[in-house]
Design a binder for this molecule. Structure first.
Ligand code: NAP
Length: 290
């Protein structure tokens, strides 16, 4: 082995994603291709971590010299108390999806919300002043509502099966002065006509339940923007039906790519090769579904 190879090995960037389950994660494909394209020696690995072992795994990652890692279901909240520092994005969302380890200190970030908003803005245009209806009040909703408020949307209506969770989310997030309210599924019909952007953050319609949809097609106002955080399938029944009603539709793949791109930028200090990451995930998803 040459000296240069040895130097590369010792500087290799160790990255990964902790989750349970983790087998189907597209993050390794996306990050490994990015590292390779940038000529950065390193590797991003799937790490199957059961909830009982999260604390040990985090200490282990630090001991092993990881530069950082992603965290996915079910660890996004639990990990917060195991870190040295939290970025404002993580505090406001109440969840961490990205950890950066530098000089032995671990800092948690949340890139889900900003990743989503970047993808929504790219595909649907300016968000300022828009009236938004969000279905769901889980971890993903929290991140995207936080980021939408930063974009100065005019108002957000949250509709969730468990109404108390939506009420609590508003209490925790509404610091920007935007009009926020909760509503029930029964009241959806009343709110949809005033909606510019309708976002599904629930898992209704996700593989394998691809025939499910959270709203009847005829309830979707014609010509609005309809978005679904789900990216498997890439076009959910909701998006397919919205498209037939003349709506502009935005799927969850862009969010996934951009949350990864922001994490990559935190770890490496370099711009992420977004289009390459996008095509690698697209190919892997197509391969998985055939
Ligand atoms: P979560 O924290 O478990 O929240 C799930 C939400 O869906 C809750 O609001 C829940 O309502 C609602 N829900 C689930 N099943 C329902 C049903 N049958 N009827 C009505 N409401 C239902 O999950 P999450 O982390 O927020 O993820 C939600 C979705 O976003 C998933 O499909 C996930 O794949 C997607 N996501 C995508 C990305 C991306 O990068 N594109 C990133 C993160 C998440 P209750 O509160 O009443 O239980």
């Amino acid at each position: 082995m040459t000296d240069r190879n040895q130097e590369n090995k010792s500087n290799a960037l160790l990255l990964g994603v902790m989750g349970d389950p983790i087998g189907h994660s597209m993050s390794p494909v996306m990050h490994n291709i990015a590292l390779e394209a940038a000529g950065l020696p390193g590797m991003y690995v799937p790490l199957h971590v059961k909830p009982d072992h999260l604390a040990e795994a985090v200490i282990g990652a630090k001991a092993l010299g990881f530069a950082g890692f992603n965290v996915t279901i079910p660890h996004k909240v639990e990990i917060m108390k195991l870190l040295d520092e939290l970025d404002e994005s993580a505090i406001s969302c109440g969840a961490v999806n990205t950890v950066v380890i530098r000089e032995g200190r671990m800092k948690g970030y949340n890139t889900d919300g900003i990743g989503y908003v970047r993808s929504l803005r790219e595909e649907a245009g300016e968000l300022t002043g828009k009236q938004v209806t969000v279905l769901g009040a889980g971890g993903a909703a929290r991140g995207i509502i936080y980021a939408l408020l930063k974009e100065k949307v005019a108002g957000i209506t949250i509709i969730n099966r468990t109404v108390d969770k939506a009420v609590q989310l508003i209490e925790e997030l509404n610091t920007s002065g935007a009009a926020m309210q909760t509503a029930t599924y029964e009241e959806l019909e009343q709110y949809l006509p005033q909606t510019d952007i309708f976002i599904n953050t629930t898992s209704i319609g996700m593989h394998p339940n691809v025939d499910e949809t959270p709203v009847a097609a005829e309830q979707i106002p014609e010509g609005i923007i309809v978005s679904d955080l789900i990216y498997n399938p890439m076009e959910t029944r909701l998006l397919r039906e919205a498209r037939t009603r003349g709506c502009r539709t935005v799927g969850g793949l862009g969010m996934f790519i951009y949350q990864g791109a922001y994490a990559y930028e935190y770890w490496t200090g370099q711009d992420a090769p977004v289009s390459l990451m996008h095509s690698a995930v697209l190919e892997a998803l197509n391969h998985e579904n055939h």
